[in-house]
Design a protein around this ligand. Structure first.
Ligand SMILES: Cc1cc2nc3c(=O)[nH]c(=O)nc-3n(C[C@H](O)[C@H](O)[C@H](O)COP(=O)(O)O)c2cc1C
Length: 293
């Protein structure tokens, strides 16, 4: 492993190693206002959800590495502790990037980047009409993390109201359909990633029951040359070691047994390959039956 002591490298290098590693990061579009009523709109990927009750999100406008100046967003929330946090999706990412240009404080990035301001209900900063999720937030605390260039300033916000576009809801309107909110995220350098139906996948929540754990898998399965960590994870998420089902039938198994009957090692190899195929299709029970043979 390459070893990096963060105390021995430059701020730019730290930024690079950390931002390439801690990724993808969701992007919030923070709309703020100063005491004079001038509006500012900027994207931030040092952003996440930290508590649901109370509902708390945090984003961080950093001190500029170049000249240690602070961002208008930070000055604004210190003057008016309110922010409309809007989720950036793939349809607005280029415009959001444009809004990150260092325009003078008096410049309204809604106008520069071509977004539509919509009046908030409880706070003064406007929301971004084009964003599918808009949150009206009260700033609870601003916590500076340092005084040098690159130091973050945690803007800790309580979400008061969420406004969600009907078009991204599921059929009953009871929740966001994750396939319809095309999140975009920031990685290192100029890299971004986007979420769509093709790259989304589900992992069953393990905390409803206790999975047996990798350590309880039979040795030949645990040390398989074929099964990956993800596939072992699926197998080990069962609550008890399954029993062999006499009624289990799989034509492929019959073929493997006939073809490799003289070579048990190769037979096991083929069983594991077939189990891996079934696991990738989400057929955990069937995969177990194959492996138990
Ligand atoms: C997608 C994206 C994410 C960004 N994330 C951050 C961030 O988390 N923190 C930060 O300080 N700057 C971030 N920036 C840069 C700021 O948006 C940029 O410095 C902007 O000019 C700040 O505007 P302001 O001075 O009007 O507040 C990001 C830029 C882009 C395009």
């Amino acid at each position: 492993m390459k070893r990096i002591d963060l105390k021995e490298i430059s701020v730019i290098e730290k930024q690079g190693w950390l931002q390439h590693s801690i990724a993808p990061r969701p992007i919030c579009f923070a709309s703020t206002i100063n005491a004079a009523g001038e509006v500012n709109l900027s994207p931030f990927s040092f952003f996440n959800l930290f508590s649901t009750n109370p509902p708390v999100i945090v984003f961080s406008p950093s001190r500029r590495v170049r000249d240690n100046t602070v961002k208008h967003t930070l000055l604004n929330v210190l003057e008016v502790p309110e922010v409309a946090v809007n989720i950036v999706d793939v349809h607005m990412v280029e415009q959001a990037s444009l809004a990150s240009c260092e325009y003078p404080r008096s410049t309204d990035e809604f106008v520069k980047a071509g977004f539509t301001p919509v009046a908030s209900e409880l706070i003064r900063p406007p929301r971004v009409a084009e964003s599918k999720v808009q949150m009206e937030c009260k700033v609870l605390e601003v916590k500076p993390l340092g005084e040098q260039g690159g130091a973050g300033n945690l803007v800790i916000c309580e979400v008061l109201i969420m406004h969600i576009a009907e078009e991204i809801l599921n059929e009953t309107g009871s929740m966001i359909d994750q396939r319809k909110l095309h999140h975009v995220a920031r990685l290192g350098g100029n890299w971004y990633s986007s979420v769509n139906e093709q790259n989304l996948f589900a992992v069953e929540k393990p905390n409803i029951h206790l999975g047996i754990g990798i350590d309880q898998l039979p040795e030949n399965i645990r040390n398989s040359k074929i099964l990956t960590g993800n596939q072992l994870g699926k197998l080990a998420n069962v609550t008890s070691l399954p029993d062999i089902r006499a009624s289990f039938y799989d034509p492929h198994i019959k073929q493997i047994m006939q073809y490799f009957s003289a070579n048990p090692e190769e037979m096991e190899y083929e069983f594991h390959r077939h189990a891996a195929f079934l696991l990738d299709q989400g057929k955990v029970e069937e995969a177990w039956q194959v492996l138990l043979m």
